[in-house]
Write a protein that binds this ligand. Structure first.
Ligand SMILES: N[C@@H](CCC(=O)N[C@@H](CS)C(=O)NCC(=O)O)C(=O)O
Length: 201
């Protein structure tokens, strides 16, 4: 399998953390591309019309894209337990919550880093942060017992997006009002899958 990636993407990191946890990372060849919403890498566009990473070229069928699809494929391939039947709807809802926080905070990063200053919209950036902050509050209030349970895809999504917020939006100081989530994230970040996929810049 070949994973088309770029190092700072939280969507890519999610897939890599999953591959480490499923112990199939050695089966994945990594191909780095430089791609942005404004300038799409041409090889990437030829296998994923949306031009987004991660994209997985598998040996047994057409390319797969969207990190959630790739994670599920890897889980099935490794006969893993990231989507346990008994609590599937909770796992998928937590995964979707983490994914939505990624979408909001990546969108903030695009606005601040890709668009010229005179085209940036501070009210758009704040509206996106409000979504992320509201979702983090709900995770703090309702999801901590799930997070402290056995590892699943929802954990990976949350762990990775919190590290992404540290990387790009640390000024938001998300820990200040969410002590339980902060404690969980500190512990989750010690996993080998997280330390070996750490992004520093
Ligand atoms: N829903 C997609 C989102 C992937 C995504 O937006 N990746 C970003 C990098 S962080 C990207 O490829 N951006 C380039 C673009 O939007 O054209 C997933 O989960 O894989």
């Amino acid at each position: 399998m070949e994973l088309i990636f770029s190092p700072t993407s939280p969507y890519v990191r999610k897939v890599l953390v999953a591959a480490h946890e499923l112990e199939i990372v050695d089966q994945i060849k990594m191909t780095q591309v430089t791609t942005t919403a404004f300038e799409t890498d041409s090889r990437l566009a030829s296998v994923n019309p949306l031009g987004k990473i991660p994209t997985l070229l598998r040996d047994d069928g057409p390319a797969l894209y969207d990190s959630r699809v790739i994670m599920r494929y890897l889980n099935e391939r490794a006969d893993g337990a990231l989507y346990p039947e008994g609590r599937l709807w909770d796992v998928l809802t937590l995964e979707a919550t983490a994914h939505g926080i990624s979408d909001a905070t990546v969108s903030m990063s695009y606005e601040m880093r890709l668009r010229p200053e005179n085209e940036q919209s501070p009210s758009w950036i704040e509206a996106q942060w409000e979504k992320a902050a509201r979702a983090l509050d709900v995770v703090e209030a309702r999801w901590m017992s799930h997070l402290f349970g056995p590892l699943d895809a929802g954990h990976i999504g949350m762990g990775v997006v919190l590290s992404y917020i540290d990387l790009r939006h640390d000024v938001r100081k998300w820990r200040d009002t969410r002590p339980a989530l902060a404690a969980w994230h500190a512990k989750f970040s010690e996993r080998v899958s997280m330390t070996t996929t750490r992004i520093d810049g």
